[in-house]
Design a protein around this ligand. Sequence first.
Ligand code: FAD
Ligand code: NAI
Length: 468
Amino acid sequence: MATQFDLVVIGAGPGGYVAAIRAAQLGMKVACVEKGRTLGGTCLNVGCIPSKAMLDSSELFHLSKERFQKHGIKFDGLKLDLAAMLARKDEVVKGLTDGVRFLFRKNKIEPVFGAATITGPTSVRVALNEGGTADLEAKHILIATGSVPVALPFLPFDGKTVVDSTGALSFDRVPEHLVVIGAGYIGLELGSVWKRLGAKVTVLEFLPRITPLADQEMGELLRRSLVKQGLEIHLETKVTGAKVEGDRVDVRAQKKDGSEIAIACDRVLVAVGRKAYTGDLGLEKLGIAVDPRTGKVPVDAHFRTSVPTISAIGDVIEGPMLAHKAEDEGIACTEILAGKAGHVNYETIPSVIYTWPEMASVGITEEQVKEKGIEYRVGKFPFLANGRAKAMDETEGLVKILADAKTDRVLGVHIFGPKASEMIAESVAVMEFAGSAEDIARTCHAHPTLSEATREAALAVEGHAIHS
Ligand code: FAD
Ligand code: NAI
């Protein structure tokens, strides 16, 4: 006999586990099926958390090597213990995935470890990791199976020499020369990690700029900064082939002008995007269409697929593949299932690239404002003129605010600078309340803080920044 639930969630990533917790809070009996050995999905196990652990550790190493002297801190014999750095990262991951396990117990959510297939509008079969199968019946099924890396057909992942992000989070030695294919989030974050730890890093990007979706001015600032940090970046470069021989890879690429480049390296990170992971769920049999290119499942405004009892959230549906977007959808979706007014405001989902300096943004870019034909004003303020940034010796970058010329409503905020990831939250809140640049300009900001740069950029929209 199948066990009965109100909701069966498939996938325990930030979309699925948050949805499970919110559903339990709303009084539902919930099971969450996860085919991995731990909870937390891509984000906690092999994504956001371990990558940020390595970014933070490698930044400390870089600072102690290159920047501490300027602060009057001197020492001899600095050494990298990569094994210890990786072990710390693994501990951080374990602490957080165990934390989700604790939250499941607290909220009486049943974790089921195994691979799920949807066998009917209200039924799920799980091939249990420990052997055997389990049948679950539910009033609602929620697909939150996330995404997987896209491979290049001529350069398949081998887990050691040619790797995806998971492999690049655990190299057992610092590569001599790491070639990164794709100058997006993963390529730039993990390229930065290994550059700081001593590798030569060459990034090959197909398009004429890095981070193609970002505000162009900010993307260009980031590119220049990374080049200054020693990353070699080739734009408009198409990888045409590669030969792997033991520990060496010969990568061939073609520039837009037709010239060929050949790079001999010892590690390749392929970071050309991710694809929704929907293949093994049995959706075709249920008549649920899947986009053949992206693997994504179409849903309506209430996250329902074409089968009304089956919903989907997170990386498997339209929109940016970001953990906080998946979480918000998990909450909204389960609130709707419980008869409440769940909602996600897609206009105010921030995005952050955790390089150093960081690049964070919310709302639309200057290019999009122009495309939409909106009359706008722009205010900018450089960190060079911010007291706290000076005190920290972190003066690179700027805050840029785009506001509607008629209403002054904030349309987009783009920050390239120190701790931009933390700073962006203020602008997200202002945009969530449909606030204006003047609202930010008239808000008292503690001194000395980096966030004063946001206020000054807002003042600059009116043309009267105080400190520049
Ligand atoms: P996932 O987290 O992918 O979880 C899906 C889960 O479903 C997985 O655990 C999988 O094992 C399970 N599953 C799949 N199929 C089945 C099945 N049939 N049965 C049972 N279980 C199944 N986003 C950010 O916002 N900030 C960041 O800093 C960030 N950094 C990242 C760094 C890296 C290296 C990577 C790869 C991604 C990063 N992301 C980041 C993206 C983020 O990880 C994803 O957007 C997020 O995890 C999506 O959440 P999800 O719940 O939709 O899916
Ligand atoms: P991405 O979409 O961010 O970047 C891929 C890059 O590869 C693009 O610039 C693209 O033009 C380029 N590209 C595609 N095909 C290519 C080819 N054949 N040769 C050369 N370049 C090519 O994808 P990425 O970095 O793999 O990350 C996947 C997703 O994971 C991101 O889109 C993001 O949603 C999420 N993520 C988020 C992070 C964050 O929030 N900080 C960090 C890491 C990942």
